[in-house]
Design a protein. Structure first.
Length: 447
């Protein structure tokens, strides 16, 4: 028997019938020669039941003889250790892949209970990032390193693409970046957690796979607008950027619909998805409300309740001036070919032109309204109702913040008075902490 090496491969002639050449060193390693001219490296062995098994290592021409030899040697060692390469290969084919787990999640009740807008986001992250990068990996073979590589590729924009949306006229832009990568990995962790709870995951796979993956941190999200002058400046910038004759050098024109959608978000504290997905059947201008069905807002399927958003007079006027459409038409129409209005990129232009903090996003306008309500004395339950929070804990933080803010404002307001009186009455007034049981001096009590 000859040694299977490059010299032998170079001398191979196509036979008249199927023929096998066996290697002289590794038992079971050979080359199958076929009349068609397609030749393959193979490895034969007997399993524990003494049955002959055959594994195709690869085609001649697609791998070198040395590569095939190394693979055959590994297979020989597996057989000597009592393993069955064929059985393991068959089991791997039957094992659940990441892609199959993603499919199971998309068909689950957990997914169906999410708002339509959230479902669209999840589908986009799965289709655009998770499936192409991880879908073919067997779950039991998935490692933190696989997830880290996927995260890095999303950050670098390797999965960026443009595809048709479910809307026949629309297109979906899939982008990369740190924020996108972070949210994609978080979704994978949530799906793994769901899979464990639903007993879909193999026993050896846990959500802890993601725990050790460094996905970075979100930027600061609690920036708010708490100065009325800032709102006035934002309004002036929105007016200017929608008027071609008022643009300053280097500024880009913003679509009127975009500016109005941002105005309504500012005035109502609605979520971005609730406004860009707003349809005329949701609008009651006479009653001054927007009524969002269960599938049109974030917490609808969880609470089982519609969300009613009150409209200030100015917000009603802004909605009323949009071109009228049918009941199922969007109130704020996207650009031609778009699926929904894109606010993210225009918002950055508007934010910079208005001199707003770089870290404040559209969701910050929602936080800002909640804070303004709390500053004006609104209770947590009122904020919860206005903003559509699922529980009162989220709303309560604005009340706590406003209480601290009011105390700070009172201190600031009194600072001038304190400075003015300190010199004249310092000798007669002793400032004390009443909570510690101390009393004002008799001199100070005369007034």
């Amino acid at each position: 028997m000859p040694r299977i090496a490059k010299r032998l491969i170079d001398r191979i002639e196509t036979p008249d019938k199927r023929h096998i050449i066996w290697d002289d060193k590794i038992a079971g390693f050979g080359i199958v020669l076929r009349p068609t001219g397609t030749h393959s490296y193979v490895f034969n062995y007997r399993d524990k039941h003494a049955s002959m098994r055959n594994i195709t290592i690869g085609k001649v021409g697609t791998m070198t003889p040395d590569e095939a030899r190394k693979r055959a040697e590994l297979l020989r060692r597996d057989v000597m250790d009592g393993r069955s390469p064929i059985a393991e290969k068959r089991a791997a084919k039957q094992a659940m892949t990441v892609g199959e787990l993603l499919d199971a999640y998309l068909s689950s009740e957990r997914f169906k209970k999410k708002a339509t807008s959230t479902q669209a986001v999840d589908r986009g992250r799965i289709k655009g990032h998770l499936r192409p990068l991880l879908g073919k990996i067997v779950l039991e073979a998935l490692t933190p390193r696989d997830i880290e590589r996927a995260h890095s590729k999303i950050v670098a924009g390797k999965t960026a693409m443009e595809a048709p949306s479910e809307n026949k006229r629309g297109r979906i832009l899939v982008k990369g970046g740190e924020g996108t990568a972070r949210m994609a990995v978080r979704l994978l962790r949530a799906i793994l957690s769901w899979g464990k709870a639903a007993k879909v995951l193999p026993a050896s796979v846990t959500p802890d796979l993601v725990a050790g993956v460094d996905i970075g941190r979100d930027g600061k999200r609690d920036l708010i607008l708490d100065d009325p002058e800032v709102y006035a400046r934002l309004w002036r910038v929105l007016d200017r950027l929608t008027d071609p004759d008022s643009l300053e050098e280097g500024e880009k024109l913003v679509r009127f619909e975009v500016a109005d959608a941002i105005r309504v978000i500012t005035l109502t504290g609605a979520r971005k998805g609730e406004i860009i997905g707003l349809r005329w059947r949701h609008v009651d201008l006479k009653g001054g409300t927007l009524t969002l069905p269960l599938d049109a807002h974030k917490t609808g399927r969880k609470t089982g309740q519609e969300r009613i958003i009150g409209l200030p007079a100015l917000a009603s006027a802004i909605i009323a001036r949009q071109p009228a459409g049918g009941p199922d038409d969007l109130v704020f129409t996207p650009a031609r070919g778009g699926d929904r209005l894109d606010l993210s990129k225009p918002w950055r232009i508007i934010r910079d032109a208005a001199g707003l903090p770089a870290g404040i996003g559209l969701h910050g306008l929602r936080h800002s309204l909640a804070t303004q309500m709390a500053m004006n004395g609104a209770e947590a339950a009122e904020i919860m109702s206005a903003l559509g929070h699922r529980d009162i804990t989220t709303s309560q933080k604005y009340v706590h913040w406003a209480r601290d803010k009011r105390q700070a404002l009172a201190e600031k307001a009194a600072a001038g008075i304190t400075a003015a009186i300190t010199g004249s009455v310092a000798d007669t007034v002793k400032v004390v902490k009443l909570s510690e049981g101390q009393k004002l001096s008799k001199t100070s009590q005369k007034d």
